[in-house]
Design a protein around this ligand. Structure first.
Ligand SMILES: [Zn+2]
Length: 288
């Protein structure tokens, strides 16, 4: 959940306040208020002169270029390593210069940031501009995949799950952890991305054993496949879609899921939940 409205423009100070950061210049912002979130701003760099630019594709995904203004870009700088980890929700904004009239009205020259929505990073690859000032530099570009808020994805595991699992929770934990913990594949396919996401959802559902992992209540009703209905929540991200680590997801009853997103004590509730999940994961890891 984010407080921003798609298409609406904001001042940089509002972005910094939301995320809890004081970064002055960077195009990618992060901070202590929303630790699972990155704010990515697009525009004001790249373009024809440089031979590359961020780009919205016809399917609604984006190519978003990494940070690093000269020479080859590295995946080890703070912004690019966070983007490539695949573990963050991205709030994307496009940038524009204010008009003279707006400068007069606002009393400052600061750029304006228009909200484009929430995304996950589904993969990345290298891009070499063939012209412009960055010609020949090795740049990284990240594929941003839009996600809808309040859209609880019901994976059809038979179709979406490419990985073969025996149904053993310990084995799933090991494999899902090692998949994500090794550097995410550049050029990861959408099929693989969805499959990994479906596997993490299935894992949380199996680990819950049909009981809410926050309050312990039995799932409120049964799904067509016989499993109890619980919603999968990402503990640190803003959004509940996308792949992640077993230790970062919880299967929750609809009440607890609302509570963790919307209640006045959501931060404390989430912290308790994280501790409970960490303990469960230790137990699963200890299984022979
Ligand atoms: Zn619950």
């Amino acid at each position: 959940m984010s407080p921003f409205v798609i298409g609406q423009e904001y001042e940089r100070s509002r972005l910094l306040e939301f995320i809890g950061s004081r970064q002055m210049q960077s195009g990618v912002l992060w901070g202590s208020e929303e630790p699972g979130c990155l704010i990515c701003t697009s525009g004001g760099r790249g373009g024809k002169k440089a031979g590359y630019s961020d780009e919205r594709l016809s399917d609604g995904t984006w190519w978003y270029f990494g940070q690093g203004r000269t020479g080859n870009q590295s995946l080890s700088n703070s912004a690019n390593s966070k983007l490539s980890s695949g573990k963050y929700s991205v709030l994307l904004f496009t940038t524009r210069e204010p008009t003279a009239k707006e400068v007069e009205a606002r009393g400052n020259y600061g750029k304006l940031f228009s909200y484009c929505g929430q995304f996950n990073v589904s993969g990345f690859d290298q891009f070499l501009p063939t012209n412009g000032s960055r010609q020949g530099d090795k740049l990284w570009r990240f594929r941003l995949l839009p996600i809808g808020e309040e859209k609880y994805y019901y994976y059809n595991e038979k179709n979406d799950l490419d990985l073969e699992f025996s149904g053993d929770l310990r084995e799933m934990q090991y494999r899902l952890t090692s998949i994500v913990a090794t550097k995410p594949e550049p050029r990861i396919s959408m099929t693989e991305y969805r499959s990994r996401s479906a596997a993490v959802h299935l894992y949380a559902s199996l680990r819950s054993n049909g009981q809410c992992e926050a309050c312990g209540s039995v799932a409120p009703f049964t799904r067509p496949d016989g499993r109890g209905f619980l919603e999968v929540h990402h503990l640190t991200r803003l959004a509940d879609e996308g792949p992640d680590l077993p230790s970062n997801v919880a299967a929750l009853c609809p009440n607890c899921h609302r509570r963790v997103h919307y209640s006045i004590d959501r931060k404390e509730f989430s912290k308790k939940l994280q501790d409970a999940i960490a303990l469960k994961e230790t137990i699963v890891a200890g299984w022979e």
